[in-house]
Design a protein around this ligand. Sequence first.
Ligand SMILES: NC(=O)c1ccc[n+]([C@@H]2O[C@H](COP(=O)([O-])OP(=O)(O)OC[C@H]3O[C@@H](n4cnc5c(N)ncnc54)[C@H](O)[C@@H]3O)[C@@H](O)[C@H]2O)c1
Length: 253
Amino acid sequence: MHVSHEGKVAFVTGAGSGIGRAIACQLSADGARVAVADINSSAAEETVRLIGQSGGLSFALIGDVRSRTEMEKAVEDTCQYFGALDLLVNNAGVVTMTDLDDLTDEEWDFVVDVNLKGPFLVSQIASRRMPAGSAIVNLATVEAEVVVSSSGHCQVHYNASKGGVKMLTKALAVELAEKGIRVNAIAPGPVNTGFSGGDIETPEALAFLFQRLLVPRVGRPEDMAQAVSFLLSDQASFINGIMLPVDGGWLTR
Ligand SMILES: NC(=O)c1ccc[n+]([C@@H]2O[C@H](COP(=O)([O-])OP(=O)(O)OC[C@H]3O[C@@H](n4cnc5c(N)ncnc54)[C@H](O)[C@@H]3O)[C@@H](O)[C@H]2O)c1
C-alpha cells in the first residue's frame, strides 16, 4: 500500500522533537509540505533542516498550543505560506511525574492545558480552514485506557488529559463529519523519546515493560509516524473517530 500526501499541506504541533519530528519527516517523505509548529524554536528549526536535507518543503512556526492568539497566527501563517491546510496532527504533549498528594493546581493545569485544551484550540482554529477530505490525528496514549505505564509512576493529571483526548477525538469526528473532515487518534505504547524525563531502556524499565509488551522492543517514533500518515491518508477514508493503539500489544493483556 502506497500512502501519498502529494499536494497536501500538514500542520504538526510539537514537531520539534521525538514523535512529532518523526511525523513531520514521514509526512514530508509521503509528499506533504509541512508546517513544523513547536514552542521550542531551535528544535523546530532542526526538524525543518532535516526535512530540507531530504528534499522536502517545510517551515518552522513558534507557538504555544495553549494560546489561542499564537495558534490563530500559526494557522494563518501556514495558509499564507503554503496556500492551504489539509492535515493536522495534534502531537504536542507534556507529562510530570507527581503523586496525587503532591499534585498542585498549577501542575494539573499545565498538563491538562497542553494535552487537552491545545488539541481543542488547534482543531477548532484549523478546521475552519480545512476543506472536505481533510483529516486530523490526535496523540493519545495507552494511558488513555489503563493506569499502568511509566514504571509505576502516578500521573492522574496525564491519565485524565489523555482520556479526554480519546473522547475529544470522537466528539470532533462527529461534529466535523458534516464538513467532510475525519478525526482519529493513535495510542502509542512506550517510545524512547526522553518524554517522561528518564531512559525507558534501562534493564529495570525494560523488565517492567516486557511484562506487557507482546513485541519485544520499545516503540520507535517512526512506528507512530507511519500509523499517523496512514490515518491521515485517503487509504483510511472509511476510518473515523477511532483511537488506534500502536503499542506492541500493550493493551492486549
Ligand atoms: N514517548 C512516549 O512514550 C509516549 C507514549 C504515549 C504517548 N505519547 C505522546 O506523544 C506525544 C509526543 O511525545 P514525545 O515522546 O515525542 O515527547 P517529546 O517531549 O520528545 O516532544 C514533545 C514536543 O512538544 C513540544 N511542546 C511541549 N509543550 C508544547 C506547547 N505548549 N506548545 C507547543 N509545543 C509544545 C516540545 O517542545 C517537544 O518538541 C505527546 O502527546 C505524548 O503524550 C508519548
